[in-house]
Design a protein around this ligand. Structure first.
Ligand code: NAD
Length: 486
């Protein structure tokens, strides 16, 4: 087994206790293909007990969480942010080992996780209802109340960041949580849960039920005792969980996939654009919901840009996360085989690899590496332009004018992000309005992941918003109170 910097408890966290399960899941290092830990494999029974524990903690009989003032909850979140920062090196090393992502990215993810607790800790006592002017003799107000027990099902690509995004917002607003992390990577989540307990979080306020999607995940989504469900993952699973939650009329936030375009016009700062385009697809080996996986290039600059881009792709190196190269491995052998099969099919359809990166010397033989690839000559409407590949693969298309660029940008069922690179102010605004997606970035891509910025999708990319103050509001429900005082 590859040694870990610290070993978090790998059981389920239920009602403040670490509870062992009957069965286990072998956690593997994507960089080496070796086992690194054995984590709990919860079943419906454990999920049931966890939901009960969260209910008791919310109702006040165990942890008094519902009776904590907003200020006290905020203070706890701020203290916890400092704890995460103090444990930064351990958490980053765990995230790097468990997901295979380059160390720099793992470090950035842990900083982002702490920042979520800081941002929402500060926001806890600043979220409030409103008064509404109404008829003579009435006083009308709205109250923002927590839902109660929030179920959160999260993926493996950014475990610590998504833990921060979901858990911090839910706790700040007075909810309790049952979280199902992904079977492929959850060690940082378990360490964070351990630190939260050590930091004095009342028992049952945060429960973690590791396990398989079809077991623990399905049981959680279908549980009649949850009051809210936040799901981050694939569109297919999103459909299943939304259907399961609908049976009990549970509100759902879905953060799903993407096939996001980067539009580069000839008048752009091309150096900055190329930097943003490469980073937008190589980050996390392309396993990012918001990856910029389609490049739309204005014809008049296409040849020059493609030449430069090919050089940049050829210079990219893949290595184990700890080696901190441009690109790490894919998460597991299944994802690698799936991506390779899709690439093979694309080549058979006439798609051409214009350039590709290489494995770095010494990259472990057992790692699930797929080198970054730039694809050209893609037939219009081809699967690589419509389907999420979830790997470091960028497909190029050329457009003649702004209208065609907009048509191509909107030609997928997804709508998560778009990057637009142009100096023309009018065009910036026209495209910001015309592109069908939750986020449009002009002359940047991703705005550094800004925690303050609401984030979410359109169409197959999901619905609801997390991050920013909008994310905080999404963990509350509004109650209207009308007082007739005469
Ligand atoms: P996935 O849907 O397979 O798994 C996500 C989570 O759902 C995991 O915890 C998994 O165990 C659980 N799950 C699987 N089947 C389930 C079921 N039947 N019932 C309940 N839970 C179940 O997705 P993935 O492959 O782990 O993650 C990749 C996907 O996530 C990509 O499509 C990516 O774009 C998306 N993603 C979206 C965002 C966002 O914020 N929009 C962020 C990260 C990832």
């Amino acid at each position: 087994m590859t040694a870990l910097p610290v070993t978090p408890p790998c059981d389920a966290l239920i009602g403040g206790e670490w509870v062992p399960t009957q069965a286990w899941i072998e956690a593997e290092s994507p960089s080496r293909g070796e086992a690194i830990a054995r984590i709990a494999r919860c079943q419906a029974e454990e999920v049931m007990v966890a939901v009960d524990a969260a209910r008791r903690a919310f109702a006040g009989s165990v942890g008094d969480w519902a009776r904590w003032t907003a200020r006290r909850r905020g203070d706890w979140l701020l203290e916890f942010a400092a704890t995460i920062e103090a444990d930064h090196a351990n958490l980053a090393a765990l995230e790097c080992a468990d997901t295979g992502k380059p160390m720099r990215q793992a470090e950035a993810d842990i900083r982002a996780c702490a920042r979520y607790f800081r941002f929402y800790g500060g926001g806890a006592d600043k979220l409030h209802g409103e008064t509404i002017p109404f008829d003579e003799g009435f006083a009308v107000m709205t109250l923002r109340e927590p839902y109660g027990v929030c179920a959160q099902i999260i993926p493996w690509n950014y475990p610590a960041q998504i833990f921060g995004r979901c858990v911090a917002a839910a706790l700040a607003t007075g909810n309790t949580v049952v979280l199902k992390p992904a079977e492929d990577a959850c060690l940082s989540v378990l360490r964070l849960a351990q630190l939260a307990q050590e930091n004095g979080l009342p028992p049952g306020v945060l429960n973690v039920v590791p396990g398989l999607g079809r077991e623990a995940g399905a049981a959680l989504a279908a549980h009649p005792g949850i009051d809210h469900l936040s799901f981050t993952g694939s569109p297919e699973t999103g459909t299943h969980v939304a259907q399961a939650a609908a049976v009990h009329h549970v509100p759902v936030t879905l953060e799903l996939g993407g096939k996001s375009p980067q539009l580069v016009f000839a008048d752009a700062d091309l150096d900055a654009a190329l930097e943003g385009v490469v980073r937008g697809i190589v980050q996390n080996a392309g396993q990012t919901c918001s990856a910029g996986s389609r490049l739309l290039l204005e014809a008049s600059c296409a040849e020059a840009v493609l030449g430069e881009l090919a050089e940049r792709f050829a210079a990219l190196r893949c290595a184990a996360g700890e080696a901190d190269a441009d690109c790490g491995p894919l998460i597991n052998a299944r994802q690698k085989a799936r991506l390779e099969a899709r690439l093979e099919a694309a080549l058979a359809d006439g798609v051409r690899v214009l350039a590709c990166g290489r494995l770095a010397e010494g990259a472990p033989a057992g790692g699930h590496f797929v080198v970054p690839q730039l694809l050209g000559d893609v037939p219009s409407g081809h699967a690589v332009l419509r389907e999420e590949l979830f790997g470091p693969v960028l497909a190029v298309q050329v457009f003649r004018d702004e209208a065609e660029a907009l048509r191509l940008a909107n030609a997928t069922p997804f709508g998560l992000c778009a990057g637009v690179w142009t100096r023309d102010g009018g065009r910036q605004l026209r495209l910001a309005k015309g592109i069908r997606s939750g986020q449009v970035f002009i002359n940047n891509y991703g705005a550094g992941g800004g925690i303050e910025l609401p984030f979410g999708g359109v169409g197959r990319s999901g619905h609801g918003r997390e991050k920013g103050f909008e994310g905080l509001r999404s963990y509350t429900r509004l109650k209207t109170v009308a007082i007739r005082h005469g």
